[in-house]
Design a protein. Structure first.
Length: 324
C-alpha cells in the first residue's frame, strides 16, 4: 500500500497502539507548518519511490539514522563527506552504510520547494520513519527543528559493536540517555536487517579454543550459516531474521529466543533479566497483541532527540554531503 494511503489511516493510530507522546524539548511537530508546509509529504514521496522497488533499503535507512544519532547526536554528521576520508562515514562501522542517495534526493526536492529551510538531520529522521512504514512497520510522529552539524570525525564513530556483550551494550545505551528497554526494542530493528558473512564467520568458525562455533548459537543454525558462509567469504549477505527479512514483525525475537541471533549482540539479549523478559513477553503476546510496534515508535522518538542542535546552533546545509 502506498504511504500516502497508509497515512490516511493515521486517525486509527491510537486504536492500533502506536501513538507516542507529543512533547519534545527544543523540537516541534509543527516546525515546518508555515515554513515549508508539505515538507513531510515531499520526503515521503521520494522515500516511497526508492524503497517500494527495493525493500532492503528500509533497513539500510533505519541503520543510517541510528548510526548518525549515536555519534554527536542526530545532526546529520554521518552524511558529511571528507576529501581526506576522515569523516564518520569513512569509519569501519559505517563503510557498509547505504541509502545516501535517498536522503540526497529528498533534500534536493525540498530545496526546490523550500530552499534553505529543512535540515538534513530532519530529512534523515523522516526518511527513516517513512522507510519503515513502506514495509509495514509502525508510524510515529517525528518532532522537527533539528539543525545540521558542521563536524564529522572518523575517530568519533564509536558505535555499539555486533560483538558486544550485554553489559557493554547496556552501557552504550545508558550513556546516551536511552534505557535498557530501548536497547532491546531498537535491537528489534534487525527484523529487517541483513549482514555479511564477514561479521558472521567469527562466530561460526574458530570461536572457541578448540576451533568450534559460539556455544551460544543453535547448532542447527550454525550448520545453516556454514552452508552460506564459507571461511574466507566476507561479502555474501545473510538475513538477520531468516524467512521474514522484508517484513517488520516480532520474528526477530523468535529467532533470538531460539538461539538464532546472528550477532553476539543479538544473543546477548538473553543474558539480561530485563531484555530477555521483554522478548518472552512479546512472544507470549504474539501477533496483534504484541506491544513491539508501539514500543519501537516510542524508542525511535527518543533516539531522534539525542543531542540535537536547535536554534542558532549548527546550520541548514544546502547539500547534505558538505557544510555550507
Amino acid at each position: 500500500m502506498a504511504i500516502k494511503n497508509i497515512l490516511a489511516l493515521v486517525v486509527l493510530v491510537s486504536i492500533l497502539g502506536v501513538s507516542v507522546a507529543i512533547s519534545f524539548p527544543n523540537l516541534d511537530l509543527n516546525y515546518y507548518k508555515s515554513k515549508c508546509p508539505d515538507a513531510e509529504g515531499i520526503v515521503r514521496n521520494v522515500t516511497e519511490k526508492f524503497v517500494v522497488p527495493q525493500k532492503s533499503l528500509a533497513a539500510a535507512l533505519l541503520r543510517m539514522h541510528f548510526h548518525d544519532c549515536f555519534v554527536r547526536g542526530c545532526d546529520a554528521s554521518l552524511l558529511l563527506k571528507s576529501p581526506t576520508k576522515n569523516a564518520e562515514r569513512d569509519a569501519i562501522p559505517n563503510l557498509s552504510v547505504r541509502g545516501y542517495e535517498v536522503v540526497d534526493a529528498a533534500k534536493a526536492a525540498l530545496e526546490e520547494k523550500c530552499p534553505g529551510v529543512v535540515s538534513c538531520a530532519d530529512v534523515l529522521s523522516i526518511v527513516a520513519r517513512d522507510a519503515v512504514l513502506v514495509i509495514g512497520g509502525p508510524w510515529w510522529a517525528v518532532p522537527l527543528g533539528r539543525r545540521d552539524g558542521r563536524i564529522s570525525r572518523k575517530s568519533e564513530a564509536n558505535l555499539p559493536s555486533p560483538f558486544a556483550d550485554i553489559a557493554t551494550l547496556k552501557k552504550n545505551f545508558t550513556d546516551k540517555g536511552l534505557s535498557v528497554k530501548d536497547l532491546v526494542v531498537l535491537s528489534g530493528a534487525h527484523t529487517i536487517g541483513i549482514s555479511t558473512c564477514g561479521l558472521v564467520n567469527p562466530r561460526i568458525y574458530n570461536f572457541t579454543a578448540n576451533n568450534g562455533p559460539d556455544p551460544a548459537m543453535n547448532p542447527s543454525y550454525v550448520g545453516e550459516l556454514k552452508k552460506r558462509c564459507k571461511p574466507t567469504d566476507s561479502s555474501t549477505t545473510v538475513d538477520m531474521d531468516p524467512g521474514s527479512v522484508d517484513k517488520f514483525d516480532i520474528d526477530y525475537f523468535k529467532a533470538v529466543a531460539q538461539r538464532k541471533g546472528l550477532f553476539v549482540s543479538d544473543s546477548a539479549l538473553l543474558n539480561d533479566r530485563q531484555t530477555s523478559r521483554y522478548i518472552t513477553t512479546q512472544l507470549a503476546f504474539g501477533g496483534i497483541f504484541s506491544t513491539f510496534n508501539k514500543d519501537f515508535a516510542e524508542s525511535m522518538v527518543k533516539l531522534g532527540k539525542l543531542e540535537v542542535l536547535t536554534g542558532n546552533n549548527g546550520e541548514i546545509r544546502a547539500k547534505c554531503g558538505s557544510v555550507n
